[in-house]
Design a protein around this ligand. Structure first.
Ligand code: ATR
Length: 270
């Protein structure tokens, strides 16, 4: 059977094998999908082994290898290029092709699964690392009215603004200098890993605000809890994004788009 895998470090808690197995079952595709723990300094070698020697058909890439995957790819999709990160690798026309499906996954979860229109909305992005950069272009393609990037290290937020300036109305600041409220707030910081929430001024979350945490865990995340406590209209975690980015990879590899809603539901209940 055709082989696929996700590479990361750590990788034990990855939901990707479960998600792709459900996609395969649902679409009647025969494939195998494994989670592979790759040593920090062994990524390129692991990719070569999997795709060339073991005849693997495609790879997902997660922390901490997304930037290395971007460098390794011979050819990049239009959306992976400015993202500076690749989460999907495959062979195409004899070359190693890299794509980034994270942004499409986020946008699809917001717009399709939750009916949140982004056009003409004022968006606040928390964080300016790889996770934020990876979703910037697909977000801006939705033509929001504006996108403000707030980050602990203001310089990184400014760099992100410079990089994507031509695609929309962008601005940057530290958390303490965020002004006014927002229609949509997206948390792309790693603060949640330590159970923390970026220190936001009080009036940033309004009763019409939709909050989205790109992180997901079986319990409500710290950011989701914070937004609910501050009376946000809605607070969503990143489970839908996780499944949607996987579906987009699956579509690239197999040419068929799986039905994501039953998979999201199955994971939510498991
Ligand atoms: P990732 O790929 O997850 O984005 P990263 O590139 O290391 O990883 O970026 C982590 C992001 O989370 C950054 O925006 C980081 O802020 P700095 O740029 O100031 O480091 C942010 N971050 C991490 N821990 C945080 C915390 N405790 N509070 C607020 N922001 C945090």
């Amino acid at each position: 059977v055709d082989r696929y895998a996700v590479m990361g470090n750590p990788i034990a808690h990855s939901k990707s094998p479960q998600i792709h197995r459900m996609f395969a079952e649902q679409t009647g595709q025969a494939l195998r999908y494994d989670a592979l723990l790759v040593p920090e300094d062994g990524f390129a070698e692991a990719v070569t082994n999997f795709l060339y020697r073991n005849d693997g058909k495609g790879l997902n890439v997660t922390v901490p290898f997304k930037q290395q995957a971007w460098e390794l790819a011979d050819r990049l999709s239009e959306r992976a290029e400015p993202a500076g990160a690749v989460n999907t690798l495959m062979f195409r026309d004899g070359t190693l092709y890299g794509d980034n499906t994270d942004g499409a996954g986020l946008v699809r979860d917001l717009t399709r699964n939750h009916g949140v229109e982004l056009k003409d909305k004022r968006i606040l992005m928390l964080g300016a690392g790889g996770a934020a950069r990876g979703v910037m272009l697909p977000l801006l393609e939705q033509q929001p009215a504006s996108l403000h990037i707030a980050n602990r290290t203001v310089l990184r937020a400014r760099e992100l603004v410079e990089r994507f300036e031509e695609f929309g109305d962008l601005s940057a600041s530290g958390f303490d200098a965020i002004h006014g409220n927002f229609d949509v707030i997206i948390n792309a910081t790693a603060a949640g890993l330590g159970g923390e929430v970026p220190p936001l001024p009080d009036n940033v979350i309004d009763k019409h605000t939709l909050c989205y945490d790109m992180m997901y865990s079986s319990e409500p995340t710290a950011f989701v809890r914070h937004c609910i406590e501050h009376n946000a209209a809605k607070a969503l975690d990143g489970l839908g994004m996780l499944v949607e980015q996987a579906a987009e990879s699956f579509r690239l590899w197999r040419g068929v788009m799986p039905d994501t809603l039953p998979v999201i539901e199955a994971l939510r209940n498991s």
